[in-house]
Design a protein around this ligand. Structure first.
Ligand SMILES: N[C@@H](CCC(=O)N[C@@H](CS)C(=O)NCC(=O)O)C(=O)O
Length: 346
């Protein structure tokens, strides 16, 4: 039976999962979200998730009863055990850890750039305001769409504070986005995916955000298209890798026995100097019950509302690291020597 889900073209996590399922050749049926104001899910026939997020999957629990579930990363890992072949988790546990980190970065940090560009700049607000409601109300007349555009734009702009886009953080978010594009662009000059000749879950996470940043939103898409056309091209290719043949053994994964490519090391430095420190200051604010994260990130002042979910992200990264054997931790430290990653993790 096909996997059932609900999503939207403008949702980076929906796009992440659709591309993942196409690559993995998992049959699916996606229902595009059709919203009533203030209610994410219009459907009477489907169970409701605890937290309404896109994509919402409808999957059987242990008793076989269909439950609405969200959160792409654990769902993607559930599919690893339920569907055979074409795994997106590198078989080398150390690479699998790097993959976890980069997937998390895509989902949790790159999405700040996505949300920021979309709801900060006039041209982007105008495009999103015009198209987003039409995705869920295709046949509605222009006069009916206008109040929806206003409602969606106002709601999303008011949420900028949750992702941490504001005048204080603008430089950090935009600067780190451009730096990341440069690093990814460098990497793709020697390898089509992050970890060799087959895509990993981190590729799909980053792809999901880039479906918006590189393709949909005009301000960020101009940056990508003009300065990093390779990344634009990559994004369109990732959408459908159903025809990519990968070896049954592990030979298409990057072989890290001779070390990591410099371009991957650069990405690990970025995790060590930007992403993990950000997760730490956020987690400290969550734990101390502070009203605001008010700290330094990437050498600049950083302020946002504390984000409980991302405190858990840090905890999960820590658990993944602790779960590595001591040999693997040693190998990780040797492979990433000079990037600051081990120091950031311990
Ligand atoms: N961690 C979740 C995040 C999903 C998420 O944040 N989805 C957004 C849209 S892309 C959403 O549904 N936001 C709620 C809303 O728009 O009301 C995942 O990986 O799936």
């Amino acid at each position: 039976m096909a996997v059932q889900l609900m999503g939207a073209p403008g949702s980076p996590y929906t796009r992440k999962m659709l591309a993942l399922m196409r690559y993995r050749r998992i049959p699916y049926q996606v229902r595009w979200q059709s919203v009533n104001i203030g209610n994410l899910d219009d459907s009477e026939n489907f169970p409701k998730p605890k937290v309404p997020l896109l994509p919402t999957y409808y999957l059987p629990d242990e008793t076989g009863e269909i439950q609405a579930v969200t959160d792409s990363s654990p769902i993607l890992r559930r599919f690893e055990t339920e569907f055979e072949g074409r795994s997106v988790i590198p078989s080398d546990p150390v690479l699998a850890f790097f993959n976890w980190l980069l997937e998390d970065y895509g989902d949790e940090w790159l999405t700040k750039a996505m949300f920021h560009y979309r709801w900060h700049y006039q041209a982007d607000i105008a495009k999103a305001g015009s198209i987003l409601p039409r995705w869920s109300h295709l046949t509605a007349g222009d006069e009916d769409v206008a109040p929806l555009s206003k409602y969606i734009s106002e709601r999303q702009i008011s949420r900028l504070s949750y992702v941490g886009s504001n005048e204080v953080t603008k430089e950090t978010i935009e600067g780190s986005f451009k730096r990341f594009l440069k690093m990814l662009n460098d990497h793709f000059q020697s390898s089509p995916y992050l970890f060799g000749n087959r895509p990993s879950s981190a590729d799909f996470a980053i792809y999901g955000q880039l479906t918006q940043l590189a393709v949909f939103d005009p301000t960020s898409s101009a940056i990508v298209t003009q300065q990093f056309p390779r990344i634009y091209a990559w994004t369109e290719l990732l959408e459908d890798l159903s025809g990519l043949e990968v070896a049954d053994d592990d030979s298409d994964w990057l072989d890290a026995s001779a070390g990591l490519p410099d371009t991957l090391l650069a990405l690990m430095s970025e995790m060590a100097s930007l992403y993990i420190p950000y997760l730490k200051v956020n987690a400290e604010a969550v734990m101390s019950g502070a009203q605001m994260v008010d700290a330094e990130v990437d050498g600049r002042p950083y302020q946002q509302n504390p984000f409980t979910y991302q405190a858990k992200c840090l905890q999960w990264i820590g658990e993944q690291y602790v779960a590595l054997s001591s040999d693997e931790k040693t190998r990780l430290a040797e492979l990433t020597h000079g990037t600051g990653l081990t120091e950031a993790l311990t």
